[in-house]
Write a protein that binds this ligand. Sequence first.
Ligand SMILES: NC(=O)CCC(=O)C(=O)O
Length: 270
Amino acid sequence: MNKLKVAIIQMIVVKDKMKNIEKASDFIKNVIKEDIDIAVLPEMFLCPYDQSNFPIYAEKEGEISYLLLSEIAKQNNIYLVAGSVPEKDDDGNIFNTSYVFDPNGIKIAKHRKVHLFDIDIENGQYFKESDTLDAGNEVTVFDTKFGKIGLCICYDFRFPELSRLMVDKGAKAIIVPAAFNMTTGPAHWELLFRCRAVDNQVYTIGCASARDNSATYISYGNSIAVSPFGEVLVHMNEKEGYSISSLDFDYVDKVRGELPLIAHRRLDIY
Ligand SMILES: NC(=O)CCC(=O)C(=O)O
């Protein structure tokens, strides 16, 4: 069983945490009619993306949002890559964390964003995640009945080393809950998803929040899925909605067999 259908849910994030969960749940109830296997939600889909919100919205693993997300996976009998949420640990540190649940609602992965998004572009985007967040320290790959999938969060995807480590651990797709901005999104978003796909011969899936021009941080939207040969399978616009992509993990093997980049690496010289 090497073929799977992935739904990208590009939703608007509102201030009310529970309304965001309800919306994610409604979207998923609707898309399961299309026989999907995995649903993906955006980065910080429970909490408007603003560093001052993260401590206010943060919950510990196992608290209410976590339980509701696990239930959504179970009720719909799908894998759920539950975007990301602000997660609080026992010491009060806060992380940008993505949980993954299997079709029984069991947590099978947890990725804490490794690279914090601290940028300051003249006449462009300023953001400093490190004002309120701590960084994770792990490379995340999870197993499914279809094969292995890598997971990272937004800015993490800019670092080619992280994607390569996921591929070295067996990933045939990399899923990225995200929220690029209106400065770097138009410049780099599609380029990065095509580039990582071609370099690593993996499917790349970017799920962004939909654009809300009244937000303090405006998400670029444009959720995307790219094949291991660099073909754009889906490229959404900025509006709220969903898309479905079919992934074939045998095709990953075919591309890697015909153009054996991974096997041709000269690890002895780099
Ligand atoms: N939320 C993020 O990590 C944003 C990353 C981003 O916009 C970028 O350009 O990188």
